[in-house]
Design a protein around this ligand. Structure first.
Ligand code: ADP
Length: 327
């Protein structure tokens, strides 16, 4: 299979700021590939290097087999994070306008694009009057007018409401089913877990892991945990459990948290009943039970010592206020 998007040891610096520090990756035809990292990690810079709007300081990017500047622009599409259409235009006008920028033979039927994005009922409303979800779908619609083989979506759901996010996810799922290669950047882990075949975790301009999403979670996220809030002291409850022998093979995988909760490490979902049964047998009372299967956020945290979502939900402006450097 041909790699459609490739980075080979891509470095990019803006003056003193090292935005990318040797990134190599390769995205195959038809994949949904997610690039994940908090604000400032270098996601947009990598998209710009891969699509030819920024040049790597060193290393090489290739898009559809050639340097991005040489790629036939009718075959790719980029939805940049900051894309903000004119407020007074309607979906119909916007889709038609963007379609007119391509040769007629390279564009899709604009009616069909509007229909597929669920925008037919709002086709004559001004952009300013659309709901968040409609605005997001319209932006994606605009990026589809040339029926791209490769679509870059840079944080397509940042700052939009849950309904809008769900809308965009459904669109991406459909594109994936139809075989479009999608390169998605995001700091929403649920977005990755839902959409991506493979994920690359980016931290401070370096990739710390690349792999199938489920595999990355399995390898790095750790074991599922059952947290049981005890009515009395959790330390005493642990002792009671130990002396009662209710757990059979001892309490090696059980710890306490702030003396208020027992934590059972490595409890798969079908073993929750066993763990709670042992508490009943030992006569330990509890009033709350939480079970959580760790996901991509835990994997990122374990690999980098940092979270993606909490450090990525605010401060967009703050992290981008470094000196702007001319390309
Ligand atoms: P992300 O998309 O993950 O938020 P960016 O690629 O936007 O990350 O930024 C990576 C780093 O490069 C940040 O430290 C940012 O401030 C810096 N940076 C990005 N673009 C520029 C630019 N044009 N001039 C100067 N610094 C920049």
């Amino acid at each position: 299979m041909q790699a459609e998007v490739e980075a080979d040891e891509v470095h990019k610096s803006y003056g003193e700021t090292v935005a990318l520090n040797g990134v190599s990756l390769s995205v195959e035809d038809g994949e949904v590939f997610a690039l994940v990292g908090p604000n400032g990690a270098g996601k947009t810079t990598l998209v710009r290097c891969l699509t030819g709007t920024a040049r790597p300081t060193s290393g090489e990017a290739r898009l559809l087999g050639v340097p991005p500047e040489e790629t036939d622009k009718t075959t790719i599409s980029v939805l940049p994070q900051e894309f903000s259409p004119p407020e007074r235009l309607t979906p119909e006008e916007l889709v038609e306008y963007y379609a007119s920028l391509y040769p007629a033979e390279a564009t899709r039927d604009t009616e069909a694009v509007i229909y597929e994005m669920g925008l037919t009922p709002s086709r004559d409303k001004r952009y300013a009057d659309l709901s968040g979800g409609q605005k997001s779908r319209l932006k994606v619609a605009v990026s589809l007018v040339n029926d791209p083989d490769v679509l870059f979506l840079d944080e397509p759901t940042t700052g939009i409401d849950p309904e809008g996010r769900e809308d965009v996810w459904r669109v991406v799922e459909r594109l994936a089913d139809e075989g479009t290669t999608v390169f998605l950047t995001t700091h929403y882990m649920r977005e990755v877990e839902r959409l991506a075949d493979r994920v690359a975790l980016l931290s401070q301009g370096r990739l710390v892991e690349v792999g199938e999403t489920e595999e990355v979670v399995r390898k790095h996220a750790g074991e599922p945990r059952l947290v049981v809030r005890t009515v009395g002291s959790a330390d005493e409850a642990l002792e009671t459990l130990d002396t009662s022998g209710a757990l059979g093979d001892g309490t090696a995988g059980v710890t306490t948290e702030d003396d208020g909760a027992l934590v059972f490490e490595g409890v798969a979902v079908d073993r929750i009943g066993d763990a709670l049964g042992s508490l009943a047998e030992a006569g330990v009372e509890y009033d709350e039970v939480r079970w959580r299967e760790p996901g991509l956020e835990e994997a990122y945290l374990r690999l980098t010592g940092k979270t993606v979502e909490t450090s990525g939900t605010s401060g967009t402006e703050e992290t981008k206020t470094g000196t702007e450097v001319q390309e």
